[in-house]
Design a protein around this ligand. Sequence first.
Ligand code: ADP
Ligand code: ASP
Ligand code: MG
Length: 440
Amino acid sequence: MHGREGAVLRSAADPSTMLVLQKYGGSSVADLEHIRACARRCVDVARTGAGLVVVVSAMKGETNRLIALANELVAPDSSAAGRGPYVAASKRSPELDRELDQLVATGEKVSASLLAMAIVDQGVPAVSLVGHQLGMRTDRSFTKAKITEVQTARIGQELESGRVVVCAGFQGIDPAGDITTLGRGGSDTSAVALAAALRADVCEILTDVEGVYTTDPRVVPRARKIDRLSYDEMLELASLGAKVLQIRSVAFAKKYGVRVHVRSSMSDAPGTWIVPEQEVDMEAIEVSGVALQRDEAKVTLVGVPDVPGIIARVFGSLGEAGIPVDMIIQNASRDGRTDITFTVADSDLTRAVEMLRQLELGGEPATVETDAKICKISIVGLGMRSHAEVAARAFEILARERINVSMVSNSEIRMSIVVAERYGELALRALHEGFGLDTP
Ligand code: ADP
Ligand code: ASP
Ligand code: MG
């Protein structure tokens, strides 16, 4: 992505004026009362003399509703509604994906125009921009499009004429002029991309919690708000299901150095700053957050020949089928044979097993065992680089609760542990408390 016109815009406008970018999520524009409240917040910013660009999500539940309609039409037996792939995998096709994007992009068009109206109604000029008006250029991967360029000319013109610019999040335009969308939660990425291209002074993600918490506050009520997180820590937390920010928005922020402030749309309390690593006190904190992913399943290929090329074939076929694989463990080999265990998303399990059973590994069909009743707990923190004892402490905490560990994987700033699903929440709470995340 390159925001070619960003520099032009900033020098053409008075360089001393602030440019603020605010993104309001679905729960913040859930109904007209909420939309009026967001408008009041926008009006307050505009009246300080700052330029204001707003990105909005669809009204809460709307994207799910639209996806459910599509599912009911083409795949009534599926349970895919509201999940990652928009409709049942067996029904997907390029034609259908194009129509899905046409459909789901309408949600943000509605909220963008309603918010612009509410701002105008409160006496401040505003304009909404949707689809082709936005200048958000993407590739042609419908339902998960990548931003290729942000053309800011139109937004710049509107700002120069003193309007608040309300942009429909989540959507872009491909080279053929078709509407695309950026994946679930994609308005976060729209917001960060616009902040980068416009060189906004402030990038605020306004949502229904006061910031990023040490773990999901809906699961652990004693979770606390984190003041500052590095891009890498936030990337890990987001990929572990802290859906407060879409992963891609964090990758974008890191790449372009956008400092992101996640905060509540209902209060003025300071939230969480996502910033470059140098701005985080690494020595002070070893663990920043913990996360629980329930939708994991374990697959074991039993007794496969332990010869070069087998593991490449297994994961090559899974990759071709578009099935992401997470933790991988290969056991010590016995009599030239070994077991390979790995995890996939619950929703990919059936497909993965069907595919693996068709693979001939060393002349015989593979023996596949599965366990869907597992979950993954992860511990994230920059300090893990310098505190070698984190792993040992985590195992000790789990042992005290008599929770058995079945798989472990490590990255530089993250450790993930697979345990039985029924112990997931207990393990999460124990680790949260054990690493002192309950207390300031
Ligand atoms: P929006 O509608 O504003 O885009 P989302 O629903 O996408 O909001 O994200 C906010 C939600 O993310 C919160 O309501 C919270 O339940 C959930 N969440 C999960 N993990 C975390 C976490 N570590 N910190 C804060 N929120 C979290
Ligand atoms: N409305 C879209 C979704 O629900 C995009 C977003 O909210 O960021 O996924
Ligand atoms: Mg969101």
